[in-house]
Structure formats: C-alpha cells, structure tokens
Design a protein around this ligand. Structure first.
Ligand code: CS2
Ligand code: MG
Length: 405
C-alpha cells in the first residue's frame, strides 16, 4: 500500500445546474472527491485543474495533504484568487476524503473529533411582498429550520436577485450564453427592506433567527443607515453590505450600528479575511471550503477568527456542491467557533447524482459517519447532464451603469 496518486480527473455535470468535481484515485483504488465549482466560471477551474494541476498530482503521496497544499499554493507563483483557490480547495478536499477512507474514519474524527452533536443550518426564504415572504418563511420553519434568510422584492423593480415571484424553481444562475440583465434601485431597496423585515419579525415572534443578504450593493453610508434601521428587527446577521474589496468601509458601518455583520463568501484565503477579523469589523466569516482552499485552509481561517471571537458561517448555496457541503459539515462538527452552515438545498436530481452521508433534520445538519467526506458521485447519471453555460444575473442602475455585486 503506497497511496500514490494515479488519477486526477475533472468531471463536469449539470443536473439542473453546473458542478465541477475533481476525482482523485490512488494506486490502491481509493477514490476521493473535491468540489471545484465556481459559479459562472466553471470551465476556468476545470482547465486549471486538468491542464496545470492534474499532471502534477500523478505520482504524489496522497497522504501528504498539507505538503500538497503548500506545493500548489506556493509553487504556483500566482497566488490567491478564486480560480486558483477553488482548484487547490478541490485537491485538498479530495485528499482528506482519501485519508478518511484509507483510515476508515469520517474526516471530522481526523480533525480532532466532534465538538458539537450537530451543526445549525439556515436556509433561504423569498417573497416579493410580506405575505408571500411570510408563507415562505413558515414553510421553512415547518420543515424545522430555526434560522432563515429572508429576501424581499423592491417596489418599482421587475426582478430582484435571489427573490423569485414563483418560488418553485429557485436557482439564481440562469442557463444561456450570457447573464440576464436586471435593473437595480438602491433607494427603493433601502425603503422596502426595513419595513418588510420589521413586519416579518412582528409575525414570526422573537425566537426565529432571521438573516438578510444585501449582496455587496451599498455604499458605507447606506450600509450604516440600513444597519441602524434594522436594529429593532434583531437580525442574526446582515450580510455583504458593501463590496468586499473596500474593507475600511466596515469600520464606518460599525461606528453606526450594532447589527451583526457577516461577510466573506467571495474571499479565498486567510489573507483576504485577516483585516476584517483582526480588527473585529465582522462577526461572521463566510468563506467556504470549496472557494477558500479546502478543509486545510478553511480551518486556518477559522482558527484565526477564533482568536477574535469571529465565528464561521460558510457559504452554502446551490452552487456549493454536495461534496463541499459535506466537507464543510466535517469542519463544522469539529471546529469550536463554527456558528452556522448555509443550506440552500438542492434539486432532488442533485441528491441522486451526489449520494451523500450528510443529512438534514430539525434545523440542523450532520456529516454522517461514512469514512472520508461521505459524498459520492454517480458518474453514469452525471454523464447524462452535460455542462451548459449558465450565469448569475448582472444588475444595472436606472441610468444604465453597472452595480456592485
Ligand atoms: C448568496 C449566493 O448564498 C448566498 O449568500 O450570496 O446566492 C451567491 O450570490 C451565489 O452563490 C454566487 O455564486
Ligand atoms: Mg450571500
């Protein structure tokens, strides 16, 4: 038994939406999977892995997870960035999967064992106006959710990202050769959001954890105003108020409001998080296992965050595949300052393509006790759904200029 890597294959599949999966095989026939999905830029990561990483993996010792991470990160010269870090993340998760399978242990046991019994989850509720939003929230609480992200429509706009007038098929990435263009109006949003969220809180009572995502669209001053206006709603968090590049903005927001702030789903490394964490400008760091360099690097981010009482709350929309969700839950079960896991949920077909040991019950998620990550890939079924170009929408202001995402 030598644990040499003999195969590294990239598998693209689109069971209702696109996923990129790395499959690593050892000479003992052990297979590990990692998620390399980067919404709307899938082929870039697939090429990075196929053309530049897979050839370097062949012959390496699959047990040397940290060394492989260092080799790909430091050795690549061009560090950081979503494409690079998603690729490294996929390798890292696949190697943890292999290690767990080889040792016959679920990965959380290899990370020090469970520090909690289950991981709190939150899901998405959406409704154009308060009554529809309330119905959507109630449907989620009836399924046991104790934490719900609530997104509402904006009067005067036809569409709002993440809010669906017909909530049956909720998938933000639309298939097609180019993104759909939406119109966005920040002033109208700032009038609507506090009113709808206050109305929602009045209806659902004090206990339900309510979250809201502003999708990086506000200026620091607008964000401060919104935070202050939302204080009576007692949000669990207000997410992505300003674009993540201007980290100084959060200082201004903090000066004016005590609303808990979450940020970082677009971050890829501990260096992206460093300032917001060490200066305590956020309460929750949203980096996810697939986009931030895998289990090894997410742990590093969360360990830095722990020193500053910042808690982990990884991204988990439909573009984070069931493989990454499983990996995140192993980290969640074994990491003290892991607060909550986003769980948007998947189409039934996605559950079939990626059979998994992780499970949802009663508002919580557990990774399961299968060796490794505990998520497989039905390759035959996956092959029936080839990749199709799909993009998140983009938004322009009323004057035609592009908004921030
Ligand atoms: C959102 C996502 O889940 C979230 O918090 O911000 O819908 C996000 O916009 C997409 O996953 C981007 O790929
Ligand atoms: Mg978000």
């Amino acid at each position: 038994m030598s644990d040499r890597i003999v195969g590294a294959e990239v598998i693209l599949t689109s069971p209702t939406r696109n996923f990129v999966t790395l499959k690593v095989t050892t000479d003992d026939g052990v297979v590990g999977y990692g998620d390399a999905t980067l919404n709307g830029r899938e082929l870039a990561v697939a090429s990075y892995l196929r053309d530049h990483v897979a050839p370097l993996l062949i012959g390496r010792d699959a047990r040397r997870i940290e060394d492989t991470w260092q080799y790909l990160y430091r050795g690549g010269y061009w560090r950081r960035g979503p494409v690079t870090m998603a690729a490294i993340g996929a390798v890292d998760v696949a190697l943890w999967d292999i290690k767990g399978k080889t040792l016959g242990q679920p990965v959380y046991q290899l990370l020090g064992g469970a520090v909690r019994d289950r991981v709190l989850g939150y899901t998405h509720a959406t409704g154009w106006e308060l009554p529809a939003l309330l119905d959507s929230v109630r449907e989620r609480t009836e399924r046991g959710f104790q934490a719900v992200r609530a997104q509402m429509g904006v009067p005067g706009l036809d569409t709002v990202y993440g809010v669906f007038r017909d909530a049956r098929a909720y998938e933000p990435a639309g298939r097609g050769a180019a993104p759909v263009e939406e119109v966005w109006d920040t002033d109208a949003y700032l009038r609507a959001a506090p009113e709808v969220l206050a109305g929602l809180r009045a209806e659902v009572g004090p206990e339900l954890k309510l979250l809201h995502d502003a999708h990086h669209r506000l200026t620091p001053q607008q964000a401060a105003r919104l935070g202050r206006a939302l204080e009576p709603v007692d949000l669990f968090w207000l997410e992505d108020v300003t674009p993540a590049e201007n980290q100084e903005a959060l200082r201004l927001v903090r000066r004016h409001t005590t609303v808990p702030l979450a940020l970082g789903e677009v971050f890829n490394t501990v260096w992206d998080c460093q300032r917001l964490v060490t200066e305590q400008l956020i309460d929750f760091v949203r980096t996810c296992v697939s986009h931030a360099g895998g289990i090894s690097h997410l742990r590093r981010i969360l360990q830095l965050a722990e020193l500053y009482q910042v808690r982990g709350a990884p991204h988990g929309p439909s573009d984070v595949s069931p493989v990454a969700l499983g990996a995140s839950l192993h980290v969640g079960l074994a990491t003290p300052n892991f607060a909550i896991q986003e769980y948007m949920g998947y189409d039934p077909l996605v559950h079939e393509v990626f059979p998994h040991a992780w499970a949802y019950a009663d508002g919580h998620l557990t990774p399961g006790d299968a060796p490794g990550i505990g998520v497989g890939l039905d390759e035959e079924l996956a092959a029936r759904f080839p990749y199709e170009p799909a993009y998140l929408p983009v938004a322009r202001r009323r004057d035609g200029s592009m908004t921030d995402w």
